[in-house]
Design a protein around this ligand. Structure first.
Ligand SMILES: O=P(O)(O)OC[C@H]1O[C@H](OP(=O)(O)OP(=O)(O)O)[C@H](O)[C@@H]1O
Ligand code: HPA
Length: 189
């Protein structure tokens, strides 16, 4: 069983194409931190935003971005999944829902990728329904899918072509969240 997954993961990467290097990724995250710091790290600001990482894909992005934010904040996570081990999205499944600390707050949502936008549309609506004052969507990668999305990101790290990608927290069939750059896979593996 383990050798099956090992070999399948290796084969997936052997056929993949690197779209963004670790340097590209690091640069994009630093730019995003700069945008957030420009708004929240102000001498006269008393804001104390809630930063919510959308697990599991946002784990690497979150871990890289947070130490570059220079203002007081509270961190928490939510867990939503729509792809499971597939390369096509399905129903949005909530695994960890937002906690009551969102009420009345400015909430910065961190996610790895905005693809069809269903996940973040659900997340944003749920946070607003729970009384969030403002929801800022910060996504590391925005995929160009050639059609309208139900939600728009406020802050984007990189824009990517309409291909299924792995790395920097993103997986295909559970594999390769641990790659430091971003790779496009051949789908149908
Ligand atoms: O814009 P969408 O088409 O809705 O897709 C984007 C979502 O898909 C991925 O999550 P996934 O369901 O794969 O769960 P994961 O975070 O555990 O990988 C990703 O982390 C986003 O949350
Ligand atoms: O291209 C993708 N890669 C990994 N996870 C995803 N979730 C939505 N789109 C993607």
């Amino acid at each position: 069983m383990q050798d099956f997954h090992h070999n399948r993961a290796r084969a997936l990467l052997a056929d993949a194409e690197e779209l963004f290097s670790k340097q590209d990724v690091d640069h994009a995250v630093t730019q995003m931190a700069g945008t957030l710091n420009a708004r929240f790290d102000q001498p006269d600001s008393e804001e104390f935003p809630l930063v919510l990482g959308v697990m599991g894909g946002a784990v690497v992005f979150t871990g890289n971005l947070l130490p570059q934010l220079t203002f007081p904040l509270e961190f928490d996570y939510i867990h939503v999944s729509r792809y499971g081990d597939e390369d096509r999205g399905g129903e949005v499944v909530w695994k960890v829902v937002p906690r009551s600390n969102v009420s009345g707050r400015t909430v910065i949502v961190l996610d790895d990728i905005l693809d069809e936008g269903e996940t973040l549309a659900h997340v944003k609506q749920r946070l607003l329904d729970m009384g969030a004052r403002e929801v800022i969507l910060a996504v590391f990668a925005d995929k160009v899918i050639g059609k309208a999305k139900p939600v728009k990101a406020d802050i984007v790290g990189i824009t990517i072509p309409n291909r299924f990608v792995v790395g920097f927290g993103m997986d295909a069939y559970g594999y390769w969240r641990n790659l430091p750059g971003l790779w496009a896979i051949k789908t149908g593996n």
